[in-house]
Design a protein around this ligand. Structure first.
Ligand code: PLP
Length: 372
């Protein structure tokens, strides 16, 4: 990668815009005469098993006239037991997205506007940029080579971090949408460089539970200046309820929790989170299904002459050419995929791994469209 391949700054202080995400908007479906029930959603990357049956256990006993526990104590205790980490290292949020916004507010509000800098390893989840722009932050875009294997230039990244000293550095592992999964030495070295330059590394592990050969980053939270984001939305298909958490040292947890509105994790979400964490084999079962369906999609789509980029996570990146047109054509057939143009990848669509029957339907529909 050449030295000039990182765009150092994109100053967007005066023009914050909402990031683009997958998922379905009712207004778009209505315009096409479709209803939610008519479409298969491959545009988000959610556990293909759906949520565990136990998810609503005890929910009918919740007194909705009472506020939820603002400290999420019972939920934090369950996460603590599940991960073997003290509750003082945990903060639950209304999806991990809320926690990204807590970080940008907590870390940038006290810094004068012209010194606010964050670094983002892209192409990646748009909310890091969205939340940073709302705080008037200058963004150091550390964008990977935009062709497979989508690798980053580490020495260049380190020297730019040393030069600009971002207070926050965002990296998604495995990365959305490229599925690139970094090993421990990469994360550990990066955390050291960020820390030496007085910053905090935030590693978003929204998709970690779908990786076959994972390594456990939790000890880095204790030993290094690093925060780990997790999404129970993805893990247990609680997408409509919204639930995520962060693992970080107690001083970091204290610093960001000041910015969280009380009761932002509602009573049903707290109970659902407690219920699903008791389900010991669920994530392994999900990994097995993801592995099988990912292999099926890879093989079928490759035989349709698409370039499939192998991802370590529960989605695939497919080179179709003209992603916008492919998304529209699939949507008209009742299938939603993620057009990756907003990631800077206009030739790619991202496909979340769904149950097998849905994957087969996707393959059949793509076959029809290829043959047209
Ligand atoms: C990398 C990444 N982090 C976080 C999220 C948001 O997850 P949550 O539903 O927990 O807010 C997403 C959603 O697409 C994502 O891709």
């Amino acid at each position: 990668m050449s030295e000039s391949s990182y765009k150092e700054f994109r100053l967007s202080k005066n023009n914050p815009i909402r990031p683009i995400h997958g998922s379905i908007k009712l207004s778009e479906l209505r315009a096409l005469g479709l209803a939610y029930e008519d479409v298969l959603d491959f545009s988000t990357n959610i556990n293909p098993l759906g949520s565990p049956e136990s998810v609503f256990d005890g929910v009918e006993d919740i007194d909705l006239s009472k506020y939820p526990d603002p400290e999420c104590l019972h939920l934090h205790e369950m996460i603590s037991k599940h991960l073997d980490i003290d509750t003082s290292f945990i903060l639950a949020g209304n999806g991990s997205t809320e926690i990204i916004h807590l970080f940008t507010r907590a870390y940038f509000e006290s810094i004068s506007e012209n010194s606010r800098t964050c670094a983002i390893f892209g192409p990646t989840y748009g909310e890091y940029r969205g939340a940073s722009e709302l705080m008037g932050v200058s963004i150091l875009n550390l964008t990977a080579n935009l062709i497979p294997p989508f690798d980053w230039d580490w020495s260049e990244a380190y020297s730019l971090i040393a030069k600009h000293k971002p207070a926050l550095v965002f990296l998604c592992n495995p990365n959305n949408p490229t599925g690139v999964y970094l090993d421990e030495s990469h994360i550990s070295n990066l955390a050291s460089v960020v820390s030496e330059n007085n910053g905090l590394l935030i590693v978003d592990e929204a998709y970690i539970n779908f990786v076959e050969d994972r390594w456990d980053a939790i000890h880095l939270v204790r030993d290094k200046n690093i925060a780990l984001l997790r999404s129970m939305t993805k893990d247990y298909s609680l997408t409509g309820i919204r639930l995520g958490y962060v693992l970080a040292t107690p001083d970091i947890i204290e610093k960001i929790s000041i910015y969280q509105p009380d009761w932002s994790v509602n009573s049903i979400a707290q109970q659902a989170g407690i219920n699903v964490l008791q389900n010991k084999n669920y994530l392994q079962h999900a990994r097995d299904v993801v592995k099988k369906n990912k292999a099926y999609l890879t093989s079928e789509l490759t035989s349709l002459n698409f370039q499939v980029h192998v991802s370590q996570a529960n989605f695939l990146l497919l080179r179709t050419g003209n992603a916008g047109s492919w998304r529209n054509r699939l949507l008209q057939k009742g299938i939603v995929v993620r057009d990756c143009t907003s990631f800077g990848l206009p030739d790619y669509i991202r496909i979340g791994i769904r149950p097998f029957s849905e994957c087969r339907q996707l393959v059949n529909t793509m076959m029809e469209l290829v043959e047209v």
